[in-house]
Design a protein around this ligand. Structure first.
Ligand code: NDP
Length: 248
């Protein structure tokens, strides 16, 4: 049986843990050659090894994509290695919840740098390649927080609202070139994302919210991404909103 993504090349940012890791593994299991990017070299290498050990193909590129030059390097290296790029999953991101009055503005800047600007850099660099190919699929990982604002989430809300706005404008700019754009909006997923939270109260609140329910697993989101990128070329799955069943 031919795998759904045989011959495709997929770049996944933030693939050293969580949703990005699960997505890289899931896309590779469907036959895609995956290019995985993140900063933590050992974690990235472990993901690559797991894929290769299961018969897949993986190229890891250690990079901090908040640096435009490093973001450019990821896309260009992938293109140079494989000669084409079919899927770009803009997944890398962080979350610093907390009320506005208590916020450390440097955390706002960090979120905007990775959640928004890095995604814009990789997209900007990949677009000429997709346009020349007359094909390509950009999957942007947003959040329920990109659709519903919540007290204590303002900074993160700003970034994910930005992802959604950028994605829809992008879709309108590229659909005539046969390029697809998908927004994925997960609810609470059990990953390492809370580990970086500096606001103690906000950390307790979000951990309590997650513990009170059965959260999503990274593999649940990876399955949605596989679904979106496996559709026939004339089908553009624009948006997928996925909450845990018990999430408010
Ligand atoms: P993780 O913390 O497990 O993964 C985040 C990934 O982003 C890591 O691989 C990390 O790698 C990478 N990353 C962070 N900063 C950079 C950087 N500067 N350059 C390159 N890579 C970077 O969290 P999740 O899997 O939960 O998060 C993935 C995405 O899902 C994010 O966009 C997040 O906003 C979104 N999301 C998560 C939800 C959840 O409940 N978990 C809900 C909704 C959306 P490294 O540190 O090695 O660089």
């Amino acid at each position: 049986m031919v795998s759904k993504l045989e011959g495709k090349v997929a770049i996944i940012t933030g693939a050293s843990s969580g949703i990005g890791e699960a997505t890289a593994i899931a896309l590779a299991a469907e036959g895609a050659k995956v290019v995985i990017a993140a900063r933590r070299v050992e974690r990235l290498e472990a993901v690559a090894k797991q894929i290769i050990d299961h018969g897949g193909q993986a190229l890891s590129i250690v990079s901090d994509i908040t640096d435009e030059a490093q973001a450019k390097n990821v896309i260009q290296k992938a293109h140079a290695e494989f000669g084409h790029i079919d899927i770009l999953v803009n997944n890398a991101g962080i979350s610093f919840p907390g009320r506005i009055e208590n916020a450390d503005p440097s955390n706002w800047r960090k979120m905007i740098d990775i959640n928004v600007l890095a995604l814009m850099y990789t997209t900007h660099i990949a677009l000429p390649i997709f346009k020349a190919q007359k094909s390509g699929h950009i999957v942007n990982i947003s959040s329920v927080a990109g659709r519903i604002a919540r007290a204590g989430m303002a900074g993160y809300n700003v970034t994910k609202w930005g992802v959604n706005a950028f994605s829809e404008a992008l879709r309108q700019e590229v659909y005539q070139d046969n390029i697809r754009v998908t927004i994925i909006e997960p609810g609470l997923v059990e990953t390492e994302i809370d580990q970086h939270i500096t606001d103690v109260v906000a950390k307790q609140e979000i951990e309590a919210r997650r513990k009170a329910i059965t959260p999503l697993q990274s593999e649940d989101i990876a399955a949605a991404i596989v679904y979106a990128v496996s559709q026939p070329q004339h089908v553009n799955v624009n948006e997928i909103l996925i909450r845990p069943t018990q999430q408010d």
